[in-house]
Ligand binder design. Structure first.
Ligand code: ATP
Length: 354
């Protein structure tokens, strides 16, 4: 089993090695047989490969068993590299990573804006309003005249089916409830198709409790009754926005782990960005990256039907929870540096052998 390590930009060279260090600890404890290979995306990718996300790198992700994918800061790239889609968009599209699963949960000893929450936003990853990835040729944003900007949103039956199924499968492993987010009362055709397909897919899971929540009402309900949601299925941009809100409600963007996955490939990638404002100071919170790595372990366990990987994910989750009780990074009101926090989690892994 080999994983590709891609540091990326901004805080990437701090949080990605932190995630790797924690994976190394569970690798040793559970004898997972993981080896690591390094490649480059972002500014370093431009320097080494002439591209922020080269074909070579994308091919390598596909060939290996998974990747730890750092954040990118594309606004910092030289102008010649600003025109193509950003590295995340390129990888998601090239590898068909249709599901972006973004958990947010309140944790003991972590200050939060809501008393209790444990949800996963299942975000559709291939289309929606994202102009850089929803057309075969050309972009999906254009100007008919200098005073009129327009964009196109894609909602397809197939992409909606894929994320609805991924969300239902996730919910079956959790509290068995899905919430389908839409604005079909106004966007009757696009969100109407989304709603129809999600409800159709949910019929294959009779054990699930299924609710529909109108987009703007959800913005209120996630603040008022966050404890009542489990898996929340959202189209691309709605999911992007609500997952940041959910992370912040639960404690902060530094906790926002996620995976981007198809049925064949999975990458661990934080929900937050490259945080250029704090980069290079060893003060970033690596928790989101560590959570992303536990999610990738769980995904690998299911793909390879290998319970050792599930146990490794549980060890890492346990170690992280224990460390958050003992000490935290500055964004969560603690005093620990990024590398010290990661080393402490890796150390605690040995006390969490399920
Ligand atoms: P990008 O353009 O790459 O998305 P950004 O700064 O616009 O970068 P984020 O990187 O998501 O967006 O950061 C938003 C805010 O959250 C910033 O103030 C950043 O410092 C903070 N932040 C994000 N991730 C972390 C983290 N892991 N630890 C601590 N603070 C973080």
């Amino acid at each position: 089993m080999k994983l590709l390590v891609l540091n990326g930009d901004g805080i990437g060279p701090e949080i990605v090695p932190a995630g790797k260090q924690c994976l190394e600890a569970v690798n040793e404890l559970h004898d997972l047989g993981i080896t690591f290979e390094e490649e480059h995306i972002g500014l370093k990718g431009i320097e080494v490969h002439g591209h922020a996300c080269s074909e070579k790198v994308i091919k390598r992700i596909q060939e290996l068993d998974g990747a730890i994918f750092g954040p990118h800061d594309n606004v910092s790239y030289p102008s010649a590299h600003q025109d193509y889609p950003n590295p995340s968009g390129m990888v998601r599209r090239a590898l068909g990573l249709f599901a972006n699963m973004r958990p947010s949960k309140t944790r003991p000893n972590v200050p939060s804006h809501v008393p209790k929450m444990d949800i996963v936003i299942a975000r559709e990853n291939m289309e929606g309003f994202y102009a850089d990835r929803n057309m075969h040729k050309g972009g999906a944003e254009f100007m008919a005249n200098p005073d009129l900007a327009q964009s196109i949103r894609n909602i397809s039956r197939s992409a909606t089916m894929n994320i609805a199924r991924a969300g239902c499968e996730f919910a079956m492993q959790r509290k068995k409830k899905i919430s389908i987010i839409h604005k079909a009362n106004v966007m009757k055709i696009t969100d109407g198709l989304w709603r129809e397909v999600c409800l159709d897919v949910a019929k294959d899971y009779p054990e699930l409790e299924v609710e529909e929540v109108i987009l703007d009402a959800f913005a209120a309900h996630i603040v008022r009754r966050p404890q009542e949601f489990d898996v929340v299925i959202c189209s691309n941009m709605y999911g992007d926005i609500f997952s940041d809100l959910a992370s912040e409600l639960a404690g902060g963007l530094g906790l926002g782990g996620s995976i981007n996955a198809s049925n064949d490939v999975c990458i661990a990638q934080c929900a937050h960005g490259s945080a250029p404002d704090i980069a290079g100071r060893n003060i970033a919170n690596p928790t989101a990256m560590i959570i992303s790595c536990t999610m990738m372990l769980t995904w690998l366990a299911a793909k390879h039907d290998n319970p050792k990987f599930k146990k490794a994910a549980l060890s890492l989750e346990g170690a992280l929870a224990a460390q958050l009780l003992d000490g935290r990074t500055r964004d969560l009101g603690g005093e620990m540096d990024c590398d010290v926090f990661a080393a402490a989690v890796a150390d605690k892994v040995h006390n969490h052998h399920p």
